[in-house]
Write a protein that binds this ligand. Structure first.
Ligand code: ADP
Length: 747
């Protein structure tokens, strides 16, 4: 049997606990034993009680906790060979020859050093009589795997690191709060965010909050008197109607000569030039703290499971891997290549080779910076001479999804900046039918980045019959060259109806872009739609409260979540909350399932379980309703536990969009505007849907998207997240100690 050690090292990050839980449970599930190494590498060096087996239940209830329950530290001793000799000895004494490290580049380097030195240290331990020959022969190599725990998102090779999304939640919330007080007093604020050499948090939070200026280490302001330029932009913003100004400074921000730019310096500059009260907020460790976001819980869980599989399949000569993310897929890359490239970014910044630094950060980072530079402008650029000015209409369709306004804001500003007219159509397709629309001005969307819902209004109307005449007239009279539909399936359907009527109405021969926005995440052509992350966080927050309310009593909750026939929210919230079960329409529900679940709950509560959460998709089964399930569990649970049901309802659709949704909405909008412009200027009339598929953005023709749709069940025929079910199921099993009796199938 393999014995795996797991440790968290370096700075802590929200989601480390989720990763730990996944490592422990996946390890046990795969038949390995898992040992927790407490206090990072120091625990490895000191050994003794700091290296202990950790059980299935030992990681129960930690998914929602920030920080790391096994502690983290910086260890000077581990940096010395002497320290590492003690570390290896401790590993051997505990029979561990596989190590999973959750930490930053320093911690991962440490793991690699230990792996490289293993044979020579083992020889030394043998020669000095600290280990026996049989121990020497039994453990010829150390297998390692790494995951990046760092709020800074500073590692090359992975799109995101454990903790970065939660840190963005903290920052976004703080900046939203600051914006409202700043606007009341017409003040400017300088907000310093963490990130060391990485500008990710500053850049993405500026994008997500609609801040006016951001200073990041990778791309310092490109003019010598950048202070004047920044103040000019802020002044112009005020002149155009903004009541507040927010500047976000990364803690590692520098100017082109490599001199640090401090928040205090920015404050002084603003005060001198804007002649107004300027305040500074240094967010500090708040960014590291608090509960992990839904994304940090699910992502860390997935990489944790993958790290276990990686280490269990490693051999003496396999290259150690870093487990990370590309798009919404888990990836593996050679660990030391990632560390070296990460260091190269730091060197590039130090040597003021900013082009290289930006290149190494990757396409997504560069694109986001480019978008930010446009969005922060107080006024659009002048149109390029000779370029045709297009008229693009934008509308929101289907149910409201948080992030629709963010997408609108980005589309309006990016479109205006390209020199085009942007028409905001009210009330979805009804606005096109009734010619109810207005021309957007730059400042109209000023505060929309953080607003939930849709300011244009949205509904599910799909045009038919006489509507087409009316729409055709509007398009002709307004000379609309392209249409952007931000929404869910009703929007896609409406686009299809126009496409089908093209022969009768030639004015419909314009390019149309569909930007996926639906909390249900049930749109083909896109694996992620805007709004789903916010809905997931809403669910996770609600389940947290429900759990807390029940901590003293022995209770089981049946929680009903939205999604129509699509089980995405149910499954992902099961992963993110550690619920015992998710009922999905895709899988159906049988009496046999319910019988099994009753036994599972009863056995669990008999063995000391205090709380159960079962998540049911709203349409999982027409007859086995939420009420039915609650009644069933209540009846069968007897005195063991009480059952309550909770139908979460519309709170899932509401609230301010999460940073993830705001960033997704902004990047989708950017691509949609580019698409419409290219198509319209080339005289093409493609109708297409945009979306992330795997790790890339794709533009898929609408006809193809329709082919991939299961119209009866209003979801894609193939759903990528269905592959995550075994992981969710595995993590929710109550562990070998009490599910043995459950193994004989009584049916
Ligand atoms: P991070 O992992 O967040 O980058 P540090 O650089 O502080 O944080 O590293 C955390 C710990 O990892 C250090 O205290 C040390 O014990 C170990 N470590 C870091 N770099 C090395 C190295 N080059 N060799 C051995 N151990 C290292």
């Amino acid at each position: 049997m393999k014995r795996i050690g797991v440790l968290t090292s370096g700075g802590d990050a929200q989601g480390m606990n989720a990763a730990l839980r996944a490592v422990v449970r996946a390890g046990l599930d795969r038949g390995a034993e898992v040992y927790a190494i407490y206090e990072g590498y120091q625990g490895l060096v000191d050994g003794g009680d700091l290296i202990r087996p950790i059980t299935w239940n030992g990681v129960g209830g930690i998914l929602q906790m920030g920080g790391t329950i096994i502690g983290t530290a910086r260890s000077a001793e581990f940096r010395t060979r002497e320290g590492r000799v003690r570390a290896v000895n401790n590993l051997i004494k505990n029979g561990i020859d596989g190590l999973i490290v959750i930490g930053g580049d320093g911690s991962l380097t440490g793991a690699d050093t230990l792996r490289t030195e293993w044979p020579s240290i083992m020889q030394e331990l043998l020669d000095t009589g600290q280990i026996t020959r049989s121990e020497f022969e039994k453990y010829p190599y150390l297998a390692i795997a790494g995951m990046v725990g760092s709020i800074d998102n500073d590692m090359w090779g992975t799109d995101i690191t454990i903790g970065a999304d939660s840190a963005l939640h903290r920052i976004t919330y703080a900046v939203d709060c600051i914006s409202s007080t700043a606007a009341s007093h017409q003040r400017a604020f300088v907000v310093e965010v963490m990130g060391r050499n990485s500008g990710y948090l500053a850049l993405m939070s500026a994008l997500a909050t609609g801040a006016d200026w951001a200073l990041i280490p990778e791309s310092p302001p490109d003019v010598d008197r950048w202070e004047d330029k920044m103040c000019e932009v802020l002044k112009a913003g005020r002149a155009a109607g903004r009541r507040d100004s927010i500047v976000i400074v990364a803690e590692g921000a520098i100017d082109r000569n490599g001199n640090p730019i401090s928040a205090e310096y920015v404050r002084q500059v603003l005060e001198e030039q804007l002649h107004e009260d300027v305040r500074t907020t240094i967010l500090g460790h708040v960014q590291r703290g608090g509960a992990p976001s839904a994304y940090d819980r699910t992502m860390s869980t997935l990489v944790g499971v993958a790290a276990v599989d990686e280490i269990l399949s490693a051999s003496a000569d396999s290259t150690p891997q870093l487990i990370g993310m590309k798009g919404n897929r888990v990836t593996r890359l050679p660990l030391m290549e990632c560390v070296e490239k990460t260091r190269a970014i730091n060197v590039a910044i130090k040597e003021r080779n900013f082009t290289e630094a930006m290149d190494l950060r990757g396409g997504g980072f560069k694109e986001s910076f480019h978008i930010l530079r446009t969005l922060v402008r107080a006024l659009p650029h002048d149109p390029k001479p000779g370029q045709r000015r297009l008229t693009l209409a934008v509308l929101t369709a289907s149910a409201p999804a948080p992030g629709m306004n963010t997408a609108l804001r980005a589309a309006v500003r990016l479109g205006l900046d390209r020199g085009h007219h942007i028409l905001g159509v009210n009330n979805s397709f009804l606005g096109l039918i009734n010619d109810d629309m207005h021309q957007f001005k730059w400042m109209d969307v000023d505060h929309w980045a953080s607003m939930g819902g849709s300011e244009l209004g949205t509904n599910r109307h799909v045009p038919s019959g006489k509507d087409f005449y009316a729409i055709a007239r509007t398009i002709e009279e307004r000379q609309i060259d392209g249409l952007l539909i931000i929404g869910g399936w009703a929007g896609y359907n409406a686009a299809m109806s126009l496409l089908k009527e093209r022969e009768n109405f030639p004015s419909f021969q314009i390019p149309i872009a569909c930007l996926p926005a639906s909390i249900n995440n049930n749109l083909p052509g896109s694996e992620l739609s805007v709004g789903a992350d916010t809905a997931l966080n809403n669910i996770v927050d609600a389940v947290n409260k429900i759990k807390q309310s029940a901590v003293a009593s022995r209770r089981c909750f049946v929680v009903e979540v939205m999604g129509k026939y699509c089980g995405y929210l149910a499954l992902m919230s099961m992963l993110a909350t550690g619920a015992e079960r998710a009922y999905l329409h895709e899988e159906g529900v049988t009496l046999k399932d319910l019988y099994h679940d009753v036994r599972l709950l009863n056995t669990g509560f008999e063995h000391g379980k205090r709380l159960g959460v079962m998540i049911r998709n709203e349409r999982a089964h027409p007859l086995y309703t939420t009420q039915f399930m609650s009644n069933l569990f209540e009846a069968e649970g007897g005195d063991l536990y009480e059952v309550r049901m909770s139908v979460l309802g519309h709170l899932q659709q509401g609230g301010d969009p999460t940073p993830f949704d705001r960033i997704l909405a902004t990047r989708y909008a950017y691509r949609c505007i580019r698409f419409l412009e290219e198509e319209a200027l080339a005289g093409r009339d493609t109708v297409a849907c945009l979306g992330v598929q795997g790790s890339k953005y794709h533009v898929t023709p609408l006809e193809e998207v329709i082919r991939r749709y299961d119209a009866k069940h209003e979801r894609p025929k193939e759903q990528w997240w269905m592959d995550l079910r075994p992981i969710a199921q595995m993590l929710a099993q109550p562990g070998p100690q009490y599910y043995q009796q459950d193994h004989q199938d009584v049916w």
